[in-house]
Write a protein that binds this ligand. Sequence first.
Ligand SMILES: [Mn+2]
Length: 325
Amino acid sequence: MITQEQLDIFDEKIRAANSIFLFAHKNPDGDAICSVLALARLIELNYGKDVTCTYDGNIPDNLDDVPLRKRLRFFEKIEDDTPVDVAIVMDMDHRVTHNIGGPAKFMERAKFVIEIDHHQSDEKDGVLCIDNDTAAATAEIVYELMKRAEWEWDFVIGRLLMTAILTDTGCFKYEKNGNVLRIAADLVDTGVEIQRIIGGLNNKPRKTIVTEAASVAATEFYFKNRVALAVIDNGQYKNIDGRGETVLNLLGQIHGLEYLVLLKEQKPDQIGISLRGRGRPVNTVAIALGGGGHEFAAGAVVHDSLENVKKKVLDLLAKEVKKKC
Ligand SMILES: [Mn+2]
């Protein structure tokens, strides 16, 4: 729940600012990007202020067509001495991504930092933190902010919020409570079309799907087929959009399977791990690997060789499969 005090501070700081920067974690996903763009437009509509939206890393190709996508500027394209009155950092996901990347310099220079996030974390970037770890997406907090502040909003903002929600809930599979569904219902009532947005997101390059399908075909199964482990090696990593969601979606359809693991060799000795549980929690495994996430969808990044990480994950899962649920 956003307090009146938080609203007042937000309002005062934005009103007084001449230069506002918005960004999310490095290699931003749909929730990160669309929450940034939605809040940018809300500030422009309601305060008449121009804001700068920036990022570091890569943006998944399937987000090429989201509204206002061209507003996002790679951090190196922004002049180094640009003053920053307020920096708003969103969807930080500290435990998994660990870094902001290039835009960190804007945060360090900012006179005031606002954080808006739905990840559980003890690390804080903001002086004003509008956080809610029961929200399924950062967009859910942006929606609450705009409603509580009684801001004017439009169809473009509705589409951005829905895109963010669909991304982080895996199309309504990973909600934490009913709130995100009530928000979605409100957005649909104002004309936002879920099917059209999903159609837009199902828009990957051929090489991505071919790479993901090959990873599925080479999947290894362990513990009497209760665990599936798929790998995307460093040579193939550039072909996917960073998530490899199709691999997890396909493997998740196998009868009797309880745990899904996708290891992505982002660099030699840097392995991104995606974990999914089918009725079995995986966040404890992610935390043991230095990451975190949600009960049935979690992840980590481990700096070690692919072989060592694979062994670590299987050792942890060996204990999990023995547990009674
Ligand atoms: Mn998110």
